[in-house]
Design a protein around this ligand. Structure first.
Ligand SMILES: *Cc1c(COP(=O)(O)O)cnc(C)c1O
Length: 471
């Protein structure tokens, strides 16, 4: 596999480098931060990168959600917005794009991914039913639980091990699903919820063989299979690269085949689809569609806009087509790998293999002298910001929250700091600056003292918690 990676990177002798299949027409100036200002801004933000003002950030790697750069075609499309309340022409363009590229007949637009998760959960889950999935995602699981469902993690064990090098760590362990069905019966399963790639596992992909086997299993038991298609084009890139028989298939054909195994899908278009806002839900069953189309009017807006402006639907329709281009995805994932390879050469510890949208630094290995309740990942995010103005995100003990029974912290196995790469936004030179900053922080790792939490909100504490340095 590392052979393939080097081939993709164009770094083997005698090969040519790859480059982005676009050039830059408009630029957005960045604020060059100064060390003394960063120290003040970080203290004011309680050492939590979520509480920094974006004006105080130089390179922003907090998330890849809604942070995409749109193309000139998409911006031109914004001018073609038909802001009619009902029957906007942009809706029909979006509907056609989803039918063409993802292959589902019935489409409901939503304001973003969680809007779609809300509708499908309300329509397809009865109270007390199980919803097996390949690892949880925060908003997905919350909507399933709010609808009375019980989430069950059926992902392969390899996904929980940052050093495991399996090529498809997002796969469902079908034996786990079989056990669930054997124990409770197929009627107790609302549907199987399959995400490709798996965000919380580090952007790890699902294989075509797995979705095919899963689909056969589900059909055999009369269970529906729904996809979280948020990063499905990134997932298709890994299938093309790693799964026998797919090397010569275009990404668009792989995405279509993957979707063909499912009964429907939802998407946060803020990721793959290269827009700043938007989402959708699509199914094959007409009766379910009628119900979803009715529910969307209650929660999002009329079924031909779903909480979006006409111009946003137009940009999404164009972005979907752009996201399916092989050259685009090769450059997108190529950039993530470019950064990863620089860091690997310097021995910086991270989750392996590197996934599609981000690099997850292993803060436990960075700071072996810090106890987990001294917040190593939070410390690493703070140190990176202090060093260079780069914003990253904690994914460790702070994100994991507390056990509601005992009141103790959850102590997750993975203690990570995420560097998330927005699409088409930063250059390779920015990646060099990021790598050098991570290296500088790594070199100074022995001096890190850790943090103590001085304010803790009750829900989703990682967004708003405040810290102070330990002396
Ligand atoms: C971001 C995301 C969502 C939720 O989408 P929003 O647009 O943020 O509401 C759902 N699933 C996955 C895998 C995501 O990454």
């Amino acid at each position: 596999m590392s052979d393939t990676i080097h081939r993709t990177m164009g770094q083997q002798s005698g090969r040519r480098s790859w480059a982005e299949p676009w050039k830059i027409k408009m630029v957005e100036p960045l604020r060059m931060t100064r060390p003394e200002d960063r120290a003040g801004a970080l203290a004011e933000a309680g050492y939590n990168t979520f509480l920094l003002r974006s004006d105080d950030v130089y390179i922003d790697l907090l998330t890849d959600s809604g942070t995409n750069a749109m193309s000139d075609r998409q911006w031109a499309g914004m001018m073609l917005g038909d802001e009619a309340y009902a029957g906007s022409r942009n809706f029909y363009r979006l509907e056609e794009a989803i039918q063409t590229w993802y292959g589902y007949p019935f489409i409901v637009p939503t304001h973003q991914g969680r809007g779609a998760e809300h509708l499908i959960s309300q329509a397809a889950i009865r109270k007390g039913q199980y919803v097996p999935g390949n690892m949880y995602f925060t908003t997905t699981r919350l909507h399933q639980e709010l609808a009375g469902g019980i989430f069950v993690d059926v992902i392969t064990d390899a996904a929980h091990d940052p050093a495991n090098l399996s090529p498809f760590k997002g796969d469902v362990d079908i034996a786990k699903l079989e056990n669930l069905v054997a124990e409770h019966g197929a009627a107790s399963i609302a549907y199987v919820s399959l995400a490709g790639t798996v965000n919380m596992a580090g952007g790890q992909p699902v294989s075509m063989a797995n979705v095919k086997a899963l689909s056969a299993f589900c059909r055999g038991h009369g269970i529906k299979l729904f996809l979280d298609a948020t990063r499905l084009v990134e997932n298709a890139f890994f299938i093309q690269e790693r799964e026998p028989g797919y090397a010569d298939k275009p990404l668009a054909a792989i995405v279509r085949e993957f979707c063909d195994y499912s009964d429907g899908a939802w998407m946060s278009a803020k990721k793959d689809a290269l827009v700043n806002i938007g989402g959708w839900l699509a199914v094959r069953d007409r009766a379910l569609f009628e119900e979803l189309r009715n529910l969307v009017v209650v929660y999002e807006g009329l079924h031909t806009y779903g909480g979006l402006a006409g111009r946003d639907m137009e940009a999404m329709a164009i972005g979907i087509a752009e996201s399916m281009q092989d050259d685009h995805m090769r450059a997108r994932i190529g950039q993530v790998r470019y950064l990863a390879e620089l860091l690997q050469d310097w021995g910086v510890p991270m989750v392996q293999p590197v996934g599609g949208h981000a690099i997850f630094l292993d803060a436990r290995a960075f700071y072996p002298h810090l106890r987990q309740d001294q917040f190593p990942s939070q410390t690493l995010a703070a140190e990176l910001y202090l060093d260079s103005g780069i914003r990253s995100m904690e994914r460790g003990i702070v994100s994991a929250g507390r056990d509601p029974e005992t009141g103790d912290h959850h102590y997750p196995k993975l203690e990570l700091t995420r560097l998330t790469i927005p699409r088409r936004v930063y250059t390779q030179a920015h990646m060099d600056v990021v790598a050098e900053s991570v290296k500088a922080v790594y070199d100074a790792r022995a001096a890190a003292r850790g943090l103590k939490m001085v304010y803790e909100p009750r829900y989703l504490r990682f967004f708003q918690a405040r810290f102070e340095p330990l002396s």
